[in-house]
Design a protein around this ligand. Structure first.
Ligand SMILES: [Zn+2]
Length: 418
């Protein structure tokens, strides 16, 4: 997947993964369709990344800016690994000020659903923009956390650190290993769609020289977007008109087009073939309850309580997934892991301690809806910023609601045909 010189040889074919809010969603470019086995193998590769934190220190994952101290990052991650059991137990017993958490007995453990209605007061229509902590920030935070010793306060800090480090690892992986550059703003999507068409038109016309296209035949706004992609600068720097230079530019244009497309694809709808319309109001979804087999009705009630409105609702049909006709299947992951939908194996993964909204947000992905928060990477400051819309469940899994526009989107994608 990666050339020895460390550049991306080929982005992974079509492995798709969505993470819950506070983490990005990503989908990889759709090129020549890989076999299902390929996708699963690549998915497995992705899985090991977060488990093998040392990959972050691997030379192929050099960042454009210096992680101040790679050794310190490695130490931070192993300190978190060592504390994983106590962090998990802290999360399980965390007291919320709302009603008592709901519990479901699964095997010899409890699945804990924390009620997050307590956050309702935070609901606001404003956009939230925040700069996320960087590795140096987390390393400093670790130092002050160490000083708290074994106090109960310290566990809350370790738990928070663990969540932040997990997100940062994911973002870095996506950016450094998979080639997302986190440069497209959600509101720019229509503009990027038009721009992509121009790039594709040029590529399909053998006489088209990319340089005038990019310097003259694009708008200022479009060039602003292009400038965030590294191949753009490299290509426009090639100034001569010689045919071989034009050919080299065309090759780079193809790369640039892939970069732009990948960022755009990250926020697209993914149709689920297991969804049918029962009526003008009802979307029926077939799913596999997995470990929740003995609690199917409770689980369906929880999901429906978010995913229903005066006009619309979902109906969940439980069935066992079979390899010939895979269904989205619930899976449980360690406490502290990030809830996500993993497309290569049609898995909806939630930690043993989850919140109601997180469950509902991930179910939104099963319906096909993309994440609606925005992650931008600032290469000069070596930082990610995140923008989210707190009233939107697909943007914020701590305060959002299902909005009428979500239903409208589902209605367009799965039209009712009486
Ligand atoms: Zn998500």
């Amino acid at each position: 997947m990666m050339k020895p010189d460390g550049r991306l040889a080929r982005p992974l074919a079509a492995a798709l993964l969505f993470l819950s809010a506070c983490a990005p969603s990503w989908r990889l470019p759709q090129g020549d369709a890989p076999s299902r086995d390929d996708v699963i193998a690549e998915g497995a590769l992705l899985e090991t990344f977060t488990l093998q934190h040392d990959k972050l220190l691997h030379p192929t994952l050099q960042t454009t800016c210096d992680i101040a101290d790679r050794e310190a990052v490695a130490e931070l991650l192993s300190a978190l690994d060592q504390r994983a059991p106590s962090i998990a137990s802290f999360e399980r017993n965390k007291r919320t000020s709302g009603p008592a958490p709901r519990k479901l007995r699964i095997g010899d453990r409890d699945f804990v659903l924390q009620d997050d209605r307590v956050f309702k007061n935070r609901l606001s229509l404003n956009v939230l923009e925040e700069t996320l902590p960087s590795w140096p920030d987390l390393i400093r935070a670790r130092e002050s956390t160490e000083k708290l010793g074994t106090s109960s306060e310290s566990l809350a800090h370790w738990s928070r650190l663990s969540g932040l480090a997990n997100s940062l690892l994911r973002y870095d992986q996506m950016r450094l290993q998979w080639g997302y550059n986190f440069s497209t703003r959600l509101l720019e999507r229509p503009l990027v769609t038009g721009l992509l068409q121009k790039l594709e038109d040029c590529l399909s016309d053998a006489r088209c020289d990319p340089r005038p296209l990019l310097l003259v035949d694009t708008s200022i706004e479009e060039r602003q977007i292009l400038r965030r992609h590294k191949p753009y600068a490299e290509m426009t720097a090639l100034a001569t008109k010689r045919q071989e230079v034009i050919e080299a530019r065309r090759t780079q244009l193809a790369t640039l087009k892939d970069w732009v497309k990948r960022d755009l694809d990250r926020a697209g709808f993914i149709r689920n073939s297991q969804i049918t319309r029962r009526s003008a109001q009802v979307f029926a979804v077939e799913m596999d309850a997995g470990p929740f087999k003995n609690h199917r009705e409770t689980l369906a009630d929880w999901l429906r309580s978010f995913w229903s409105s005066e006009r619309w609702s979902v109906e969940i049909k439980w069935r066992d997934s079979v390899p010939q006709a895979p269904l989205f299947r619930f899976e449980l992951i360690d406490v502290g892991g990030l809830a996500h939908v993993f497309y290569p194996t049609s898995a909806l993964r939630v930690p043993w301690v989850s919140s109601w909204r997180t469950l509902s947000h991930e179910f939104g992905h099963v319906l096909g809806l993309p994440d609606r928060y925005e992650i931008l990477w600032d290469a000069e400051r070596c930082r990610y910023t995140q923008r989210s819309w707190p009233d939107d469940l697909m943007s914020s899994s701590w305060s959002g609601q299902v909005l009428e526009e979500h239903w409208q989107e589902l209605d367009r994608e799965y039209p009712w045909r009486p």
